[in-house]
Design a protein around this ligand. Structure first.
Ligand code: 9MR
Length: 352
């Protein structure tokens, strides 16, 4: 086996501070030897990008298929990678077959999905995104909750229910509440941060077993500020509550950047660096994951295509799986991360 010098991979750089580094992936990524090699070299944790979602395992009612998710988890186990489970209850991943079900039928199905899935992988997953994207201030509720089928069927206690059930079926997994858009520099994002803190306080007071906040971190280059006092303050409050943080889905959309590739790559790299620097400084970060390995396959070409038609370059590797400037910046920031303060609280995931 070929050994590279210490620190030459992102996972070994991250491990210096007890942090895991990883990527989201799907089974087709494993068909490419180049991607597989890069994942094995740079990652200590993987996240199934979509094959573990409810709508993916339940394509028609009563017909469950975990084979793709099983493959990813077997790959991780073969190579001693940690797995972050994504995701149990997410409004966008409800199988369409439940569109017309009653609230009672929906509750039964949602609980069945959660308990069956958590139990199936009991002891094999490091962590679970138990509830994904529960906060939406624009929906106008005083508790900040997003109007979803889960909220309609269970009422506002659905988050507590989900976490308690997950804890019952896999007591060792670290349970994460994952959210988007907490990272931005706008009045709307600040409202969302405030509502998230209120939600976390409420759940903590009830004893809901949330251990960690997932920051998706889908950033946009040229929109992210160099420093971000409101985000710092937010992360300090999260830490003061005894919660750790995972950066779960990081990528940097370059749709506002000039077309020139070198310029674009430099701006994207800088965005990775300043953001990670801030979060690693303020939060007890357990893991940093990007939302895909290479620019070859990114959801952003569909969601936020560039107006000039050039493909997006939001990740750490280019289409030929070559390291980009962002790879080097991320490595530097992981190596130099100053993880201090509350690091000894015992929440940290070991890198055993
Ligand atoms: O990147 C994911 C894409 O491949 C899937 O088709 C899509 C729907 O399942 O989900 C995308 O990932 C989302 C993640 O699960 C939750 N946060 C937002 C991500 C981008 O939409």
């Amino acid at each position: 086996m070929h050994h590279e010098p210490k620190n030459s991979s992102l996972s070994s750089a991250a491990a210096q501070n007890g942090v895991l580094f990883g990527t989201a992936l799907c089974t087709s990524d494993l068909l490419s030897q180049r991607s597989t090699r890069a994942i094995l070299r740079d990652c200590s944790i993987i996240t199934p990008e979509f094959e573990l979602k409810w709508d993916a395992v339940c394509r028609s009612q009563g017909n469950l298929d975990y084979s793709a998710a099983d493959k990813l988890i077997a790959f991780a186990s073969d190579h001693a990678l940690a797995v972050h489970g994504h995701t149990l209850w997410w409004h966008e991943a409800v199988p369409p077959s439940f569109d017309k079900s009653s609230d009672q039928q929906f509750r039964d199905a949602a609980l069945d999905h959660l308990t069956r899935t958590v139990a199936r992988y009991d002891g094999q997953l490091r962590s679970w995104d138990v509830v994904n994207e529960p906060v939406e201030p624009d929906h106008g509720r005083s508790d900040g909750l997003r109007e979803t089928r889960f909220l309609a069927a269970f009422g506002p206690d659905y988050i507590e229910t989900a976490f308690r059930e997950a804890a019952l079926w896999d007591p060792k997994a670290l349970l994460v509440l994952n959210e988007m858009g907490l990272e931005y520099d706008s009045p709307a994002a600040e409202r969302k941060r405030r509502q998230m803190l209120t939600l976390l306080e409420r759940e903590k007071a009830r004893g809901t077993p949330i251990a960690c906040l997932g920051l998706q971190s889908h950033l946009t280059a040229l929109e992210q500020p160099r420093d971000h006092p409101e985000l710092r303050a937010f992360l300090r409050e999260v830490r003061a509550m005894g919660l750790s943080v995972m950066i779960t889905e990081m990528d940097v959309s370059d749709h506002l950047c000039p077309r020139d590739r070198r310029q674009r790559d430099a701006i994207v790299a800088e965005t990775y660096r300043t953001y990670l620097d801030l979060v690693l400084e303020e939060a007890e970060v357990l893991a940093v994951s990007t939302w895909g390995l290479s620019d070859d396959r990114t959801w952003l070409n569909g969601f936020r295509p560039r107006t000039d038609g050039a493909p997006q370059r939001p990740l750490l590797f280019d289409r030929a799986i070559r390291r980009k400037p962002a790879w080097h910046e991320v490595r530097g920031v992981l190596l130099n991360a100053r993880q201090d303060g509350a690091r000894s609280s015992g929440h940290r995931i070991g890198t055993d």
